[in-house]
Ligand binder design. Structure first.
Ligand SMILES: *Cc1c(COP(=O)(O)O)cnc(C)c1O
Length: 230
């Protein structure tokens, strides 16, 4: 299947999952995860109407953004682990950053965004629900302080919460998504945290059922990636 066909298949699955639980499909945004894929693939998806793309290396996002500067209204979502020494590039090239996971990162990204941008940078707080030590993300108990750190940066706009469930079965993913949704309820609800970024190729249907507003889908759109530590 072509990228356009795969995209349209993913879009219909999103619509069906939404209808299945009584949600408006338009309340769910598809972020096409293009990491490790050449810009030709992004052009193909763009031609099929896709506008939001996700990358997990800042450098890769920046160079793709420059290569594709001729495409109007492309929207770059940074979904990888953010380090302080990459905050400047992220602030310059990303339209949304899903992975603010510490007070230090919030401050540095805020400082950089103030210099690099004329409008506030929308960000989400990444939460490590599974408590996996090797994984990025704030602990659920740290969400409050990271949210406050974002709120004190005028150049950042707090948009929501994001999570990546432990690799495992769908039941594990389902529980992780529900936990992220309850964390949102605990920290001000949708009025404060409009977005829930959760769900990938294998589990976005479950994420939608749990309230996802941003689903990050790579493989089901662009096919398998070369084995690299993504
Ligand atoms: C790679 C990646 C995705 C997409 O995963 P697929 O299984 O290919 O759909 C989503 N979110 C994050 C954070 C990723 O790194």
């Amino acid at each position: 299947m072509s990228i356009a066909d795969q995209l349209s298949d993913v879009r219909s699955r999103i619509t069906l999952s939404a209808q299945d639980c009584g949600r408006d499909p338009r309340s769910i945004r598809l972020v096409a995860v293009s990491k490790a894929k050449p810009t030709d693939c992004i052009r193909e998806a763009y031609a099929a109407g896709q506008r939001a793309f996700g990358e997990n290396y800042v450098q890769e996002l920046a160079s793709k953004s420059e290569e594709l500067a001729d495409l109007p209204d492309l929207e770059w979502h940074f979904i990888g682990h953010l380090q302080t020494n990459k905050a400047k590039l992220a602030a310059r090239f990303a339209h949304v950053v899903h992975t603010v996971d510490s007070v230090v990162i919030a401050r540095e990204l805020g400082r950089r965004a103030a210099r690099e941008r004329s409008t506030p940078l929308p960000v989400l707080v990444e939460v490590n629900i599974g408590g996996e030590p090797q994984k990025a993300g704030a602990a659920p108990s740290e969400v409050d302080e990271v949210m406050s750190a974002v709120a004190t940066q005028p150049s950042l706009l707090l948009r929501g919460l994001m999570t990546v469930p432990p690799a495992g079965d769908r039941e594990q993913s389902r529980r992780t998504f529900e936990t992220l949704a309850s964390l949102r309820a605990l920290h001000g609800g949708a009025a404060v945290l409009a977005d829930l970024s959760m769900g990938m190729s294998g589990d976005f249907d479950l994420a939608i059922r749990a309230g996802a507003t941003l689903v990050r889908v790579g493989t089901d759109i662009f096919g398998p990636r070369p084995r690299r530590p993504y």
